[in-house]
Design a protein around this ligand. Structure first.
Ligand code: FAD
Length: 459
């Protein structure tokens, strides 16, 4: 990083919001994805929109790569900085600046923690649906940038469906203030762009009423494939689950090793289903669901509310619990049509057996998302290589099943190498054009998400 850029940054207001010491920078070199690491040159801990505007303008002027950073819970290495980058961290921008009870809307800064915002809404009898399992740490800015979903995504939508306004600082056009209706096209490009088009500084979110009733079922099956076949039957049977989560036997085993949650340890495949709505809706759907689960031969359990809360907590903790099986992992995140969930599961398990790698598979089955997690011991170079070698095989399994490369984690650096498998040449060219329109010098998060040739095309 040039001395000139550091001098520019010092003028933003000086310590404590500028970090340049190597000891302080270490933590900003990685995110929640294991096996990926960068070496940033400086970090701006932005407290205001003006600091973001000036920080990005300085990076653009000096030609230094720039990475927006929230809580760094990314599982696609999208928050791993390129070497020498300027990181602009938006965690200190964590105010809810406006709330309109009548129209059920709130305006928030990007560093607001997702669960804090969901609690804020619930305390007012309202529901903010996007519930990534990382909600205790992840930020709204990061959720917008990755278009985060969660168990509620199928019934209530992903982050995109809740965003009705954005302020975003772009490399080429500076600060944009965007509202749904007038600016849908631009808003929808920014959402899910993984910090490659600009830095989000404000988000307006639409809330909805809290459902009044809910009930939870657990159903265990002899193997993962039969559980996933039942998912297709539920989805095709006219039931609209609020949550429908799938856990395979390795996932259940890892959870039970981490804490005695009380999951059926002998389950080959487990489904957790939540129904919600009015009392009458929940009653009608639970009768239909119970009948379907019984006829499908699942060991079925009505889960009382206390236990349901604990199990949802366990579900959010799966990523950490997998360390009970192997110390490290690399996670995939494919999304396929319901009818393809079972065959894709089997194909991935077969590939894992062939490669002699333990793969745990779980996911928000209602929207077709599967997270195959390749587990490995980082001290075993051979096992590590075999685990990472499964990444393209899993990506291809998803694509050949008519699915997409990412259900919710984004492409980041982990799946950027596979982008050209998913799109044809004209689409790839159009994607490069979009990136250039916002960021002609490829300053924002270079190396993440977009087709590689875009780097050359920029120069
Ligand atoms: C245990 C665990 C469970 C998870 N479960 C889910 C899940 O259920 N659903 C799901 O969708 N994801 C999940 N994730 C992935 C991750 O939590 C989400 O992608 C989340 O939205 C990232 O938010 P963050 O604040 O941590 O962003 P970061 O990880 O800091 O950044 C992610 C991306 O957003 C960009 N970014 C961050 N802030 C901004 C900003 N202000 N402006 C522009 N770009 C920005 C970064 O540059 C990067 O590209 C999980 C992760 C973990 C570790």
């Amino acid at each position: 990083m040039t001395t000139a850029l550091l001098a520019d940054l010092q003028r933003l207001g000086g310590a404590p919001h500028l970090l340049v010491h190597p000891d302080e920078l270490v933590a900003y070199g990685y995110d929640a994805t294991m096996g990926y690491r960068g070496a940033p040159a400086a970090v701006v801990l932005a407290e205001t929109e003006a600091q973001v505007v000036e920080g990005l303008a300085a990076a653009v002027a000096r030609g230094v790569p720039c990475l927006a950073r929230g809580a760094a819970t990314s599982l696609s290495a999208s928050a791993v900085p390129p070497d020498g980058a300027l990181v602009i961290d938006t965690n200190r921008m964590r105010r809810i600046t406006d709330f309109d009870a009548e129209r059920r809307r709130a305006v928030v800064e990007p560093g607001v923690v997702t669960r804090d915002f969901r609690d804020f809404a619930a305390e007012r009898g309202l529901f903010y649906a996007p519930d990534p399992s990382s909600e205790a740490a992840a930020t709204i800015g990061g959720n917008v940038a990755t278009n985060a979903g969660g168990p509620y995504a199928f019934k209530y939508g992903v982050t995109r469906d809740a965003v009705i306004g954005l302020r975003v600082v772009t490399p080429r056009h500076g600060l944009l203030s965007l509202a749904r209706g007038a600016d849908d096209g631009v808003i929808d490009l920014i959402i899910g762009s993984e910090g490659t088009l600009g830095i989000v500084t404000q988000v307006t979110l639409q809330l909805r009423p809290l459902p009044s009733h809910r009930t939870v079922r657990a159903a265990s099956f002899p193997d993962g494939e039969s559980a996933l076949r039942v998912v297709a039957r539920i989805m095709e049977g006219g039931i609209t689950p609020a949550k429908l989560e799938f856990l395979d036997d390795i996932t259940v085993e890892s959870l039970e090793r981490s804490r005695p949650w009380g999951f059926p340890r002998d389950a080959g495949g487990l489904l957790l289903v939540e129904l919600d709505g009015t009392e009458a809706e929940v009653r009608a759907e639970s009768i239909a669901l119970d009948e379907l689960l019984r006829s499908a031969g699942g060991g079925m359990d009505r889960v009382n509310p206390d236990r349901a809360e604990r199990w949802w907590e366990a579900r959010r903790g799966i990523t950490a619990s997998l360390a009970k099986i192997r110390p490290a992992k690399i996670g995939e995140d494919i999304c396929v049509p319901y009818s393809q969930l079972a065959p894709t599961f089997t194909a991935v398990k077969q590939a894992a057996d062939d490669a002699d790698v333990v793969v745990a598979i779980f996911g928000h089955a209602a929207d077709g998302t599967l997270h195959p997690n390749m587990l490995y011991d980082p001290t075993d170079a051979d096992e590590r290589e075999r685990a990472f070698g499964l990444l393209p095989i899993v990506a291809d399994a998803g694509l050949s099943a008519g699915g997409i490369l990412s259900g919710e984690h984004g492409l980041g650096r982990v799946k950027q190498p596979f982008v050209d498998r998913a799109y044809d040449a004209p689409t790839l060219a159009a994607m490069r054009g979009i990136k250039r329109a916002f960021d002609p010098d490829n300053i924002m998060n270079p190396g993440a998400m977009w087709p590689t040739e875009s780097v050359e095309a920029h120069r």
